[in-house]
Design a protein around this ligand. Structure first.
Ligand SMILES: [Fe+2]
Length: 264
């Protein structure tokens, strides 16, 4: 695991570490309070109340610290520091999955809902659908995705899924379009077709794997890996507060070239 897995498979997990458990012990009650705050619920509850999306709602600083608690540390942070320099985290997303995800509430098309159920709404971060025709442009080139579970849950409780090795396919597909375009023009290139074809290739060629981790563990996802969230299963076990994960997805200024061509 570690850097080798990140290279080969596009994701890796990190075992129990006291620095992560200490951070989780401090942050979990704060995250639970945020996810039960009516103001945040109005902004972030989706799909018939089965997902609290909570993008950038945790008021942590660039080292992951908040309210006098510990900074984020441990082997995952050591690896990230060796790859990207000192931690410069964004405010964490607090994502909470509830029983029944994804309930259909008419907020998306039936086709999009089916894709959410069957393909776990698989996506590459940073290519947000734009306008009524959902055209895709590069908008949020994240450096990585670091997932820090805040509660213990079973494999059926809407875990993250990753298409193993998909970052190789996505990278080659995007490079086939962008290698001949100056980097300052990338955000104006319509990536819709190449993205849809690459996603299809990943479904055909890569194995879908479930990433399960307990509090004190964490996982790291390659910025170009195809990933999603599985539907809630009938046998799922999770606490009343839901399956709660903090995700860090920092961006860096002028990061686009590295996003596509970075060393790993
Ligand atoms: Fe994502």
């Amino acid at each position: 695991m570690g850097l080798e897995a990140l290279h080969q498979r596009g994701w890796t997990t990190f075992g129990q570490d006291v620095a992560i458990s200490d951070w989780v012990a401090h942050v979990q009650p704060i995250a639970a309070q945020i996810a039960s705050d009516p103001k945040h619920i109005t902004s972030w509850l989706r799909y018939g109340g089965t997902w609290f999306a909570g993008v950038n709602v945790l008021p942590n600083d660039p080292r992951g610290q908040l309210n006098g608690g510990p900074v984020l540390a441990g082997p995952a942070v050591e690896l990230l520091t060796s790859l990207h320099g000192p931690l410069a985290l964004d405010r964490a997303q607090i994502s909470v999955m509830y029983p029944g995800y994804p309930a259909y509430d008419g907020s998306e098309s039936e086709a999009a809902h089916r894709y959410r159920e069957l393909r776990c709404a698989a996506h590459v971060d940073g290519l947000l659908p734009d306008g009524p025709h959902r055209r895709r442009y590069i908008q949020e080139p994240h450096q990585f995705v670091l997932g820090v579970p805040l509660v213990k849950s079973s494999e059926q409780a809407s875990p993250m899924v990753v298409w193993d090795g998909s970052h190789h396919i996505i990278r080659a597909a995007f490079k086939s379009v962008l290698d001949t375009v100056p980097v300052q023009d990338w955000s104006e290139i319509d990536m819709t077709e190449v993205y849809h074809q690459a996603r299809k290739d990943c479904f055909e060629q890569c194995t879908r794997v479930t990433v399960l981790a307990a509090p004190g563990e964490c996982y790291l996802l390659h910025r170009l890996a195809l990933h999603g969230i599985a539907p809630w299963g009938n046998e799922a076990i999770a606490p009343k507060v839901g399956r709660m994960v903090a995700y860090f997805r920092p961006q860096k200024d002028n990061n686009l070239h590295e996003w596509l061509n970075g060393k790993y």
